[in-house]
Design a protein around this ligand. Structure first.
Ligand code: NDP
Length: 246
């Protein structure tokens, strides 16, 4: 496991947007960031799940979060502009952005891969990251120190048979992260990195490996040290890297 002990107030006074915050790793990250003092903006497509996370944060006494119900698959460019406007109006700042939402699609060989599924996976896993980053960059650049964290995978640096659009989308995610990291280097305080979570006990993992015993895997809560490290000041000098959570 990535070794890092975060101070309790690591993210105090910071506003952090987490995509896919209703379930799995995104849910754990939202709760963890809130516990370390951040005001978290929970973005996801299933409002009830976001509301549950909201309630958990509120009843724990962490800073009051916000919810943005948003389907990354069907969103148009003006929908993204609306998100940026809302955050600017409601919070006046953005210090962190965790691109976590992701779709697995269906596993299978390329010669049988369904083109609609291909588009859907690329839309959520890549195009949405680009759109969200683009509209939020002005706010991030105004922050004293901003961190954009992408989510990759082991199949994002070495292709694997049958992982189709998912694997290709994670290569593209790492590419997007690198381009952004290089563009902002020396220009702003915005740094960009990616996390490879490794096998983690979530709904997506169970879908990819239906025969596996989930109890043999770490829970999303267990892989949070690297999520804290990259979001907080201790990683100030880290830019353009892919870090392994495990
Ligand atoms: P889950 O499927 O458990 O969670 C994914 C989250 O993304 C859900 O909250 C889901 O919302 C949200 N989401 C999916 N599609 C959309 C959409 N169109 N619009 C908005 N939100 C959407 O997956 P994990 O927690 O396992 O995965 C999180 C990230 O980690 C992903 O990027 C994944 O690729 C990556 N990863 C995971 C690994 C693992 O072993 N778990 C290993 C390597 C990488 P809803 O709940 O409403 O469906």
């Amino acid at each position: 496991m990535f070794e890092y002990q975060a101070p309790a107030n690591l993210l105090e006074n910071r506003v952090i947007l987490v995509t896919g915050a209703g379930d799995g790793i995104g849910r754990a990250a939202a709760l963890t960031y809130a516990r370390h003092g951040a005001t978290v903006i929970l973005l996801g497509r299933t409002t009830e799940k976001l509301e549950k996370v909201y309630d958990e944060i509120e009843s724990a006494g962490y800073p009051q979060p916000a919810i943005i119900p948003f389907n990354l698959e069907g969103a148009a460019p003006h929908d993204y502009d609306a998100i940026a406007d809302t955050i600017a109006q409601e919070f006046g700042r953005l210090d962190g952005l965790l691109h976590n939402a992701g779709l697995l699609g269906r596993l299978g060989p390329l010669f049988q891969y369904d083109p609609d599924t291909w588009q859907q996976v690329m839309q959520v896993n890549v195009n949405a990251e680009f759109m969200l980053t683009k509209v939020l960059l002005p706010l991030l650049r105004e922050a004293p120190e901003a961190s954009v964290v992408f989510t990759s995978s082991s199949v994002g640096s070495k292709g694997r048979a049958h992982w189709g659009a998912y694997s290709v989308s994670k290569f593209a995610t790492e590419g997007l992260m690198q381009v952004l990291a290089d563009e902002e280097d020396g220009l702003s305080q915005v740094r960009s990195n990616a996390i490879n979570p490794g096998a983690t006990r979530t709904a997506m993992r169970a879908k990819a490996y239906p025969g596996e015993d989930p109890n043999t895997l770490p829970a999303a809560e267990d892989i949070m040290p690297v999520y804290l490290y990259l979001m907080g000041s201790d990683s100030r000098e880290v830019n353009g890297q892919v870090l392994k959570a495990q």
